[in-house]
Design a protein around this ligand. Structure first.
Ligand code: FES
Length: 87
């Protein structure tokens, strides 16, 4: 598991194994749009402020993935114990 801090909402949520960031964010009461929930459409994108995403989507290109500036919250995870997102 890892922690996701939602900078604008002033909340920190724990993302368990088998749970997506999107699910954990919604459980915390933060509304977040989604569509495909398979990492393909781009709807659930969040800006990364801090931390290292593990990209599991097919939406971002290689350069975008390498920059680590955005994450698709429906499928991707974190390599660092904590991710800070602009949510
Ligand atoms: Fe489509 Fe996440 S909902 S990429």
């Amino acid at each position: 598991s890892f922690e996701v801090a939602l900078a604008r909402s002033c909340l920190t949520v724990k993302v368990l194994a088998g749970q997506t960031i999107l699910e954990a964010v919604r459980e915390a009461g933060v509304a977040m749009p989604s569509s495909c929930e398979q990492g393909a459409c781009g709807t659930c994108l969040a800006r990364v402020i801090e931390g290292e995403p593990i990209h599991q989507d097919v939406y971002l290109n290689d350069a975008e993935k390498a920059s680590g500036e955005a994450i698709m919250t429906c499928v991707s995870r974190s390599a660092s114990p904590r991710l800070v997102l602009d949510l």
